[in-house]
Design a binder for this molecule. Structure first.
Ligand code: GTP
Length: 664
């Protein structure tokens, strides 16, 4: 008994017994030629291309035999699992390797079980006697990483829209569908997890029809986990998604849609060749910097790198050209042959940062290490905006802009895990704007409207005419029994519900305008908890609106803690001040002396907490002669103290400022 590579079923039927002996056969029900390699079987496509020893020749793949597509869906609807199955069926990875989510390559992705980075894989598949090159991009599902999805879609002609047969249409299903729809991409709707006992395919088909006008007969039904229907999906991808347009005889034009830094080769760019071809030794030029380089290597991702001689029009792969300066291989740049300049492509819309936070090294002597780490990581994640920041209290650092709180969390985790950088993160805030009174009289402000990325840098209140705060339009999907509770949460967060519509008999979509600041940190957690986990949430930018804001500052033993300074709505300032003081009291360890925490607006104290001193010395128990143990403890304590932020005589753990804002 084993899994037949032709029909992917655990089987001992007749045709399989025969091929066990002859090691090569035509599958009776599918037009697949299967070959035996050692003790593994591959379809003929995988045998001849994916397992080729040296460089792969892609000359045979004209655009007509190429399909570029992405898998898009809400979080956890099974994108990476489907990618695993597609890689297995096409022989790109061994079968029966389990659900490893091989396209989630980062440590942070494995640990958190989420995709944060779009990942490309080139697959070869035989259909009706022809071999196709399928370039698949697995995308993240969380709203914070929508920019990855929108960039990936620029390189595709179609998408597989996965919907969980149990959960149905969710907020990111809608957001991602409309991203594909706006770009006129072919959408292959697909119901996943049909193997689940509590799957409700009929309900989800009704939702797809109501929300996107998708005919139930057009929806593929699969189980990415078990493999059911995945081979038919491959056939649909080939039949329905149009091939890329491009001409390999035209001058080279290629789009950099992603890049990463390699210690030895410098910047490595993931590219889509629009026209022409590119190979090792070619002299290429960036249309952004106008600098020229010699190509050192070209390849495709499977998902590991595989060398190819030449990348041709319509194909997706990587190139490296000894580009040492990271800023010279920008995502969105167009490259051409040095001697044949072409019109640059429009590139990508820049990502709009939603959350800003100061990032400082825990130890100022490690500033160069953190600088190198941030530069390399931002090449890999072009959606992070970077501004240098100096703080009298904390030292030199950066104010980074992120697409959301999860994005910020993941970035900081990667800084620590991949580059060993230890950082202090300030309280995150949104991008406020202030209008200055009669700007001509105020020399230091050139513009009438000033951007405030850092609350500490807010201009003096006496010269501010008005505050403006960023707004968002949120899409919330919930079972209707929670409507009242959810609406009261929206109200508490200064939300203005716009419309409520049913997507099936029991689930509804609420569209609501919120100040971004109100949903930034813990809104989604609260929404999930009041709806027993059934709500989903997505948002998009909705410009700026005038607002009554105040600057809330915190003092520890009368010294200001810059990291905690925040701007908040006047109606919430007292409550916020009290909450933060109470939380700081919990998080700051007791010290040798009294610690007083105060929240102030201007010169008015609005909240106060005190921390009593500790009485005992931590080393007091180490009396006697155990010098080694005492030294060990002293070293441990010294290491710990290095990581603390000192405000006057008070020592505070470095992650206190961000933990203050989180739910307990
Ligand atoms: P993000 O990248 O975080 O958005 O998740 P994803 O959409 O890539 O989902 P992923 O592939 O990580 O799957 C999420 C969970 O659903 C995993 O536990 C999978 O094993 C499970 N899963 C995926 N497909 C199926 C399926 O067809 N049936 C069942 N029963 N479980 C599935």
């Amino acid at each position: 008994m084993f899994i037949c590579p032709g029909c992917l079923k655990l089987t001992i039927n007749k045709h399989v017994r025969v091929i066990w002996k002859i090691a090569s056969f035509n599958h009776p029900r599918r037009n697949v030629n299967v070959t035996r390699h050692g003790n593994r079987f591959f379809s003929s496509s995988s045998a001849s291309y994916a397992k080729a020893g040296d460089e792969i020749d892609l000359a045979k793949f004209s655009p007509a035999n190429i399909r570029n597509f992405s898998i898009i869906a809400h979080v956890d609807h099974g994108k990476s699992t489907l990618a695993d199955r597609l890689l297995e069926i096409t022989g790109t990875i061994p079968k029966n390797a389990g659900n490893q989510q091989v396209l989630d390559t980062l440590q942070v992705e494995k640990e958190r079980g989420i995709t944060v980075k779009a990942q490309t894989a080139s697959l070869f598949h035989v259909y009706k006697g022809q071999t196709y090159l399928l370039n698949l991009i697995d995308t993240p599902g969380h709203v914070d990483f929508n920019y990855e999805v929108s960039r990936s879609l620029e390189t595709c002609q179609g998408v597989v829209l996965l919907v969980d047969a149990n959960q149905g249409v969710q907020a990111q299903t809608m957001a991602n569908f409309f991203l594909a729809f706006e770009r006129n991409l072919t959408v292959i709707p697909c119901l996943n997890k049909i193997d689940l006992y509590n799957a409700k395919p009929e309900m989800v088909l009704e939702q797809l029809n109501n929300v996107f006008d998708i005919d139930p007969d057009d929806v593929q039904k699969i189980s990415a986990k078990v493999g059911t229907g995945v081979e038919d999906l491959l056939t649909t991808i080939i039949e329905k998604i149009p091939p890329p347009q491009g001409d390999r005889n035209k001058p080279l034009k290629c789009l950099v849609f992603d890049s990463q830094y390699d210690q030895y080769r410098g910047a490595v760019g993931n590219v889509l060749v629009i026209d022409g071809s590119v190979k090792k030794g070619d002299k290429i030029m960036s249309l952004f910097s106008k600098k020229s380089y010699e190509v050192q290597g070209t390849g495709i991702l499977q998902p590991n790198e595989k060398l190819v001689n030449v990348l041709y029009a319509g194909q997706v792969g990587y190139i490296h050209a000894n580009i040492k300066k990271i800023s010279d291989f920008q995502v969105g740049d167009t490259f051409c042959h040095q001697k044949s300049p072409v019109e640059p492509l429009p590139g990508f819309k820049p990502a709009v940062s939603m959350v800003f936070a100061g990032i400082f090294p825990s130890d100022q002597s490690k500033l160069p290490v953190l600088k190198a780490a941030i530069t390399k990581l931002t090449l890999n994640d072009s959606s992070v905006s970077v501004n240098i920041e100096n703080s009298a209290a904390i030292g030199q650092g950066w104010r980074l802009g992120f697409l959301g709180m999860l994005h910020m969390d993941v970035f900081c985790q990667r800084l620590e895990q991949e580059f060993g950088a230890s950082v202090v993160i300030t309280a995150p805030n949104v991008h406020y704007k202030v209008r200055i009174k009669g700007k001509k009289n105020i020399k230091s402000y050139g513009d009438e409207v000033v951007d405030v990325l850092n609350p500490c840098k807010l201009p003096d209140l006496s010269i501010i005419e008005e505050f403006m705060e960023p707004m968002i339009t949120a899409t919330i999907i919930i079972p209707d029994q929670y409507l009242i509770t959810v609406l009261s949460l929206c109200h508490a967060r200064r939300g203005e519900p716009q419309e409520q519509t049913y997507i099936d008999q029991h689930r509804m979509v609420i569209r609501c305008i919120f100040p971004l600041n109100e949903v930034l940190v813990d809104f989604f957690d609260e929404l999930k908890s009041i709806t027993s986990g059934y709500a989903s949430f997505d948002y998009e930018d909705n410009g700026y609106r005038q607002s009554e804001l105040v600057k809330l500052e915190f003092l520890i033993n009368k010294l200001p803690v810059e990291e905690m300074t925040m701007i908040c709505h006047i109606s919430k300032s007292k409550m916020r001040g009290k909450e933060v003081c109470a939380r700081l009291k919990e998080l700051i360890p007791r010290q040798m002396t009294y610690v007083t925490i105060q929240a102030i607006i201007g010169s008015t104290i609005i909240a106060r907490e005190d921390i009593k001193p500790i009485k005992k010395d931590v080393l007091a128990k180490c009396y006697g002669g155990d010098v080694t143990r005492k030294n060990k403890l002293l070293n441990k304590q010294a290491d710990y103290l290095k990581k603390l932020r000192q405000v006057g005589t008070v020592k505070i753990p470095k992650d206190t400022f961000i933990n203050v804002l989180r739910k307990k």
